[in-house]
Design a protein around this ligand. Structure first.
Ligand code: PLP
Length: 426
């Protein structure tokens, strides 16, 4: 592998970080497993950052892509595109947003960028509320609203961003409160902030923070926020790039954990829907989506081949009730992980819902992040044949577990045992 690693370092930017001391080249996958260039098999509990949503090499998706590639790969937005219209219809219906319009992009970054363009144009304001510890993408506008220093390389921004409390339940000034007090304090903070601003365009939030380490507020926070936002006419953007499509088990969209809020004004998605094909997008009410009064296209967004993949992948997800599977198998997995972590001093918290589970590691007996422990477990898990991820604003000391949603009970048990063995390295 070292030959390829040297070549990688010679031509790829330093800031594209690789996992593992001896980086891994994944050559193929099947189901919930992947293989490296030496032929070693791994159980994949990270799915290429929550992107292989149903399964690796899912025959239905492979067939749809191959057939579409044999017909036409690209035609442009100048012509009618049947797979794009079909996927837009299905997503509009699933979104919960009335009279929804869907615009396809090639990434989550571009989806959020579009959402910001819509909200700022609709509200004629460049002020955005974002959550602390958030991540929304890598473009100039999205790093400007990302509340995680490790992923935001510049403070220059076309937007003025104000950061709100609430995305992280068990750290920060309100951590010791009950859920109800926590929500009340965050709402008071939001009200106070709005008292010092004028004409904010939108609040953008991930229902469960992904890169931030699978942290979430108590259910109902965004409903309470919504009541305040509505009074000011401020739009709510739900960034569902990681939480969409049933990943959290109980809900199809992450915002539904705050059900009383009703659907957001704008919803963004990416990652899982294409199962690895580059599909992102934004859904919004017609009056919000259509407020832009200039032409706009994405050359590759909505390309027939990516839409064919998205349609086949979404059909498989719905026909096999993978949301239900995420709830059931995720429930079992988090129980097993809690048991594996019991008695491990470095584990501060195990949290998550569905197949989105985080393990926060600290220096034993303290609140200090422990990135070394996270790196140790990541390496040991790999040695045992299990791929997991890392995250967290706190020096990446949170282990992230997010397998494809078709995970079986046997694989959950097997992975939990591998993880338990890896945690023993601590
Ligand atoms: C919540 C969230 N929003 C946006 C993005 C950006 O998506 P992409 O990497 O497809 O541009 C990510 C990527 O990790 C994400 O987790």
């Amino acid at each position: 592998m070292s030959g390829l690693y040297d070549r990688h370092k010679a031509v790829i930017p330093d800031w594209v970080a690789l996992y593992y001391k001896d980086p891994l080249e994944i050559t193929h996958g099947e189901g919930r497993h992947v293989w490296d260039a030496d032929g070693r098999r791994y159980l994949d509990f990270f799915g290429g950052i929550l992107t292989t949503m149903t399964a690796h090499a899912l025959p239905e998706v492979t067939k749809a892509v191959a057939e579409q590639a044999g017909r036409i790969i690209h035609s442009s937005t100048l012509y009618l595109n049947r797979p794009m219209v079909e996927l837009a219809e299905r997503i509009a219906g699933l979104s919960g947003i009335p009279d929804a319009r869907v615009f396809f992009t090639t990434s989550g970054t571009e989806a959020n960028d579009t959402a910001l363009l819509l909200a700022t144009a609709y509200r004629r304001s460049n002020q955005i509320l974002a959550m602390r510890n958030s991540y929304h993408g890598r473009s100039f506008s999205t790093v400007g609203i990302t509340g995680n220093r490790a992923w935001s390389p510049t403070s220059l921004s076309p937007l003025q961003t104000l950061y709100v409390h609430g995305g992280v339940r068990t750290r920060g000034p309100y951590a010791q409160y009950t859920d109800a007090q926590f929500i009340e304090a965050c709402v008071a903070d939001l009200e106070d902030l709005l008292g010092h601003t004028r004409d904010v365009a939108a609040l953008i939030a991930e229902p469960v923070q992904g890169v931030g380490g699978f942290t979430a507020p108590p259910d109902g926070l965004y409903a309470a926020f919504r009541r305040v936002l509505d009074r000011h006419g401020i739009l709510w953007i739900s960034d569902e790039v990681q939480t969409g499509w049933g990943r959290t088990g109980e809900h199809f969209w992450g915002w539904q954990a705050h059900g009383q809020a009703g659907p957001p004004d704008i919803l963004t998605f990416a990652k899982g829907i294409g199962n690895g094909m580059s599909v992102g997008g934004v859904v919004a009410r017609a009056d919000v989506m259509n407020c832009v009064d200039a032409n706009s296209i994405s050359t590759f967004g909505g390309s027939p081949i990516t839409m064919a993949a998205g349609l086949a992948n979404l059909s498989y997800l719905l026909e096999h009730d993978l949301q239900g599977n995420a709830r059931r198998v995720g429930g079992l997995l988090i129980e097993r992980i809690r048991a594996a972590c019991a008695g491990v001093d470095a584990v501060r918290e195990v949290r998550g819902r569905g197949l989105m589970i985080g393990i926060e590691l600290t220096e034993p007996g303290t609140e200090r992040a422990n990135p070394d422990a996270a790196a140790t477990v990541l390496e040991a898990a790999r040695e045992n044949g299990l791929l997991i991820g890392k995250g967290g604003g706190h020096n990446t000391s949170i282990l992230r577990i997010a397998p494809p949603l078709s995970l079986t009970v046997a694989e959950a048990e097997e992975g939990a045992a591998m993880l338990e063995a890896a945690l023993r390295e601590l």
